[in-house]
Design a protein. Structure first.
Length: 186
């Protein structure tokens, strides 16, 4: 089966894309197709989420398995999860979270299902128009948030003499050159 997916953005209302993919292809293949068609950096961490009728996120399909040994939840990873495992009916919805830091995503809707003709290579972007949302926001897009110069950096933290005081305001005798110094305190 071939799925035709309509991709839109609430951020850039004129953006619109259509992708066709085989139902048995993986989310990693869909991820790569989206990344390539939008000229995004494919090394940035992303996830897909199934979406219910109330726009609530359900199952996550992540780029990498980052679960721990004690996690009870099933982990769905892009390179082994087929599209049909998460969506299989017309109007099934996904969100493609492409900017974790600012929770920015694309809406994906399954708009057509048809038989595979085995003539074309899939996945493929068959249409894209409008302004593509930037992959990551830069300081000029943050609208009122602090610029990078105003943000408190790790170097600022380490060089701040007040942050090396103990809980009584006295200068601490402790100094750290690397993480091993911290381990030795424990």
């Amino acid at each position: 089966m071939i799925y035709q997916l309509e991709i839109t953005s609430k951020e850039k209302l004129d953006f619109y894309s259509k992708v066709e993919i085989k139902a048995n292809q993986t989310f990693l293949q869909l991820h790569d197709c989206i990344q390539k068609s939008m000229n995004y950096d494919s090394t940035v961490i992303t996830s897909f989420y199934s979406i219910d009728n109330n726009e609530v996120r359900g199952r996550e399909v992540c780029l990498f398995d980052m679960s721990g040994e004690n996690d009870d939840d099933d982990v769905y990873v892009m390179d082994v999860t087929e599209i049909r495992e998460v969506i299989s009916n017309l109007n099934d919805k996904l969100q493609y979270l492409f900017d974790f830091f600012d929770n920015r995503y694309l809406d994906i809707n399954l708009v057509e299902i048809r038989n595979d003709d085995d003539k074309d290579e899939y996945p493929k972007c068959i249409e894209i128009k409008g302004e593509i949302p930037p992959q990551l926001l830069d300081d000029t897009m943050l609208n009122g948030m602090k610029t990078s110069e105003e943000r408190f950096s790790a170097d600022d933290y380490l060089n701040d003499p007040y942050l090396m005081d103990d809980e009584y305001g006295n200068e601490s005798e402790v100094s750290f050159e690397n993480i091993d110094d911290y381990d030795n305190l424990m």
